[in-house]
Design a protein. Structure first.
Length: 121
């Protein structure tokens, strides 16, 4: 299968799953959960979905457990929305990249404040 087709399907899966995550009624799934990255295999058998929550890694892990339980529902809805002949099996992975990027931003802001304070003195 051509690379551009896989890339298009990957982006379509990411967009559709982002919409579907808002409809999941399980209270364990965080409302501030975001999809960081989606990897679809070349034969469309599997889609690895990396998710992260702003509330922290523990919230992300509990959300992933709930999403694994709802993967059948999500796969069925994904197939209905995307009209694919073969809908990939969803695998959810907890990712901590949102917390890491927030920490990096905080460190950069602290360095900027220190530089401004040093210039004033």
């Amino acid at each position: 299968m051509a690379g551009y087709k896989i890339n298009r399907i990957t982006s379509d899966v990411k967009i559709a799953l982002s919409e579907l995550l808002r409809e999941v009624k399980d209270p364990r799934v965080s409302k501030l959960l975001s999809i960081v990255k989606v990897d679809v295999s070349g034969d469309l058998s599997y889609a690895t979905v990396y998710v992260s929550a702003i509330e922290g890694y523990e919230t992300t892990v509990s959300s992933v457990k709930a999403l694994k339980g709802a993967s059948g529902y999500l796969r069925r809805e994904l197939g209905a929305r995307l009209k694919l002949r073969k809908v990939p099996e969803l695998r959810f992975v907890a990712d901590d990249s949102i917390n890491i990027s927030a920490n990096i931003s905080r460190i950069i802001e602290n360095i900027k404040e220190d530089n401004v304070n040093d210039k004033e003195n």
